[in-house]
Design a protein around this ligand. Structure first.
Ligand SMILES: [Zn+2]
Length: 461
């Protein structure tokens, strides 16, 4: 008798889904710091040997990896780097990788670039399946995973995304490799672009496949959807029925767009995404209380943007990051130019990592009559005027100190421009107490000057 047929089938066991994808997400902070230190010391030796820019900077500062035996030593001694240095090194040495590349170029799998909002686009380089001992060793990270995006599966898991789900990926530039991450998670990517024509495809695909995630919406994309609803009677609430998460990126979501999306039934399902200092992207968790900095991948520091001094503890400052697991083009003590508010208070979701909120770019603030104004400060004021409600605007900035607040604001349709101007001046004055000089241009003009997912929020003229 076949023994396999004599056994009684075991009762089905309930599958308990883990709350977190990786155990490291809830590592107590002292242990997290120990893990960071171990990775940092290894990374410094690795990168010093291979990254021409790092060696250049450290030799100029008279510091060697051997001088650094702890995170405290690193904070005391390590020189900073930034995007301008990388660009300058690139131009001076005719090195397209700006002195960052730590592997032979022939091992690169592919290259993508940032959107170039602040000038030259930054290159990001990937190698799939690296196996030289510098692979991420964190629990839950599969060997050979590209180390640029390992946090994204964790964050998608938090949003409730599971194998078999369809994910609409509005792929542009830097996010290109995300489709590989989505495949590894067992989801099925639907690739679309930010082009306005693709918003029709987005509606059609959403109805046909009932996707779980939109990765990622942006202000201009939402504006296109709003036009479809208004001009073609598309029921956006119905389109978004199946979505567990609509991720939002490029720039902060203004209050008006939030109200609009919530009206489409997405309350609690909107997840902000932001750059994590060019090391990765960061997302909100289910608590929607700041974006999680996955600190097993990067050491996070806050710097005073004016003096360059380190800010100890939580607070507001420029985000400075150090790669802990990237063996391709690690960034070491990289000042991102992003102004953030940082907290290490425990999150209600149970993760132990720090969280942050982007408050602007360190080079974006203007000072008028002693008042500091960031684009975020006038955002809602622009959105609250009906004819400029898409929130497409720029602050004109020829220097940090400006004699007046000058803005270029986009409008839709063919409104009475004098009336729009008067409403904007009043709305901006209510928000920041300054009488702004406003130039009105059609939306289409502003959308020409930036990438499709966002426009530069400051302009020199
Ligand atoms: Zn959380």
């Amino acid at each position: 008798m076949d023994p396999s047929t004599s056994q009684t089938p075991s009762p089905p066991t309930a599958v308990v889904e883990p709350r977190f994808l990786d155990a490291v997400e809830t590592l107590p902070r002292p242990q997290l710091r120990a893990l960071q230190e171990q990775r940092l010391l290894r990374m410094l030796r690795y990168a010093y040997e291979r990254s021409a820019l790092l060696r250049n900077n450290w030799q100029a500062a008279g510091v060697r990896p051997d001088d650094i035996r702890s995170i405290d030593d690193f904070k005391r001694l390590a020189p900073f780097t930034d995007k301008d240095q990388i660009r300058a090194f690139r131009d001076e040495h005719d090195d397209p990788f700006g002195g960052l590349l730590c592997i032979p170029p022939e091992e690169i799998s592919f290259i993508a670039s940032s959107s170039g909002t602040t000038g030259d686009p930054t290159l990001f380089t990937w190698r799939w399946g690296s196996s030289d001992g510098m692979d991420p060793q964190c629990p839950g990270i599969e060997a050979g995973t590209s180390n640029f995006w390992p946090n994204t599966p964790r964050d998608l898991w938090q949003m409730g995304v599971r194998a078999g789900d369809y994910v609409v990926l509005l792929a542009n530039r830097i996010r290109g490799p995300v489709f590989r991450v989505l495949e590894r998670l067992g989801t099925i990517p639907i690739l679309l672009s930010y082009h306005p024509d693709d918003t029709h495809a987005f509606v059609e695909m959403s109805r046909r496949y009932r996707p779980a995630v939109l990765f990622t919406a942006s202000n201009p994309f939402i504006y296109q959807l709003e036009l479809l609803e208004r001009d073609h009677g598309v029921d956006m609430r119905e389109v978004f029925t199946s979505y567990k998460a609509v991720m939002f990126a490029g720039e902060p979501m203004g209050p008006r767009n939030r109200r609009l999306l919530e009206g489409w039934g997405l309350i609690g399902r909107i997840y902000n995404q932001t750059a994590f200092g060019d090391i990765a992207v960061a997302h909100e968790c289910r608590e929607h209380e700041g974006m999680h900095a996955h600190e097993d991948f990067a050491l996070v520091e806050l710097v005073d943007p004016q003096t360059g001094a380190l800010i100890e503890g939580d607070g507001v400052g420029e985000l400075c990051v150090t790669s802990l697991i990237n063996d391709v083009d690690p960034l070491i003590r990289y000042r991102s130019g992003d102004m953030i508010r940082l907290t290490t208070e425990p999150c209600a979701c149970g993760r132990s990592s720090a969280r942050f909120w982007t408050v602007g770019r360190s080079g974006d603030e203007v000072v008028v009559d002693g008042r500091t104004v960031l684009p975020m400060d006038v955002w809602a004021a622009v959105e609250n005027v009906d004819d400029t409600s898409a929130g497409l605007f720029q602050v004109i900035r020829t220097g940090r100190h400006m004699p007046a607040l000058r803005m270029r604001v986009g409008y839709g349709g063919t409104p009475d421009l004098a009336a729009v101007q008067a409403q904007l001046v009043e709305s901006v004055q209510r928000a920041v107490g300054l009488i702004a000089e406003i130039e009105l241009v059609p939306y289409s003009e502003l959308l020409k000057i930036g990438p499709r997912n966002k426009i530069p929020r400051t302009a020199k003229q």
